[in-house]
Design a protein around this ligand. Structure first.
Ligand code: ADP
Ligand code: MG
Length: 252
């Protein structure tokens, strides 16, 4: 079973009169519980792909399955519901609400969940702020916290809904090296203990170093897939997408 399945997905944006093919025929299966890095140069389509997986955006064509459910057929309300239950987001710039305290920021996505009682909500906020080591900072506003602490609040916020998947778009890009490492260690720990699937987009070699799956993107397509061999080194498999194969066949 896969937690995310992407089948021949394309995403075009219209920029003025020009069509930008941000995602160009991607097929990919992601197993539950993995720590997966999507690497590639700026503009290669990493964020676009994450936004499609996170149901923030819809593909131009192709299908996306989350827990074997076809999300491309769902209405906006159904997608909002799916996100509220199953998908946590962590952004490069943290995206905390500045007027809310750390605790209120973590609580925020839980307020959409009618199935969670007031008492359970408070418990989850305390629990996840404790997990990220911020019990002493529950009443602090984002501007009273360091970059690393803000990203920890964002991690607690993403985890509080107890999602199947956490999507993190360059989560270490605005952190210094040591803080980035610490944040990564924390996410890896959560991945191993709670079994949450993590999917990162990244430029950062540190993220690739702690991942157990790698997707290398270029120009909107997957160029290579990486898995770890027995010595824990990357084993890369070059990928040609179905469009490229068809074009190749025609030339032969
Ligand atoms: P990455 O995250 O790897 O830097 P993106 O997914 O942000 O790449 O962008 C991929 C391509 O799609 C780029 O050429 C970018 O300019 C373009 N793009 C992304 N979002 C939009 C948008 N909303 N409108 C138009 N073009 C976009
Ligand atoms: Mg990006």
């Amino acid at each position: 079973m896969s937690v995310v399945r992407i089948e021949r997905v394309f995403k075009d944006y219209l920029l003025g009169e020009q069509i930008v093919q941000a995602v160009n025929d991607i097929t990919l299966s992601i197993e539950p519980g993995v720590f997966l890095a999507i690497s590639g140069p700026s503009g290669s389509g990493k964020t676009s792909l994450l936004n499609l997986i996170g149901c923030i955006d819809k593909p131009t064509s192709g299908k996306i399955f989350i827990n074997d459910e076809d999300v491309t057929q769902k209405s906006a309300d159904q997608l909002a519901d799916l996100r509220a239950h199953s998908i946590g987001f962590i952004f490069q710039t943290f995206n905390l609400l500045p007027v809310l305290s750390a605790a209120e920021n973590v609580e925020y996505p839980l307020l959409q969940r009618k199935d969670i009682s007031d008492a359970d909500r408070k418990k989850r906020v305390d629990y996840f702020l404790d997990i990220v080591g911020l019990s002493k900072y529950v009443h602090h506003r984002p501007n009273q916290l360091s970059g690393g602490q803000r990203q920890r609040v964002a991690i607690a916020r993403a985890l509080a809904i107890q999602p199947a998947i956490v999507l993190a778009d360059e989560p270490t890009a605005n952190l210094d090296k040591a803080t980035g490492k610490e944040i990564l260690r924390l996410m890896k720990l959560i991945n191993q203990h709670l079994g949450t699937t993590f999917i990162f987009s990244t430029h950062d070699q540190k993220v690739v170093d702690v991942s157990d799956r790698l997707v290398k993107m270029e120009d909107g397509t997957i160029k290579a897939l990486g898995i770890r061999n027995e010595e824990n080194q990357w084993q890369l498999i070059r990928v040609r997408n179905l469009s490229e194969m068809a074009a190749g066949d025609e030339q032969e």
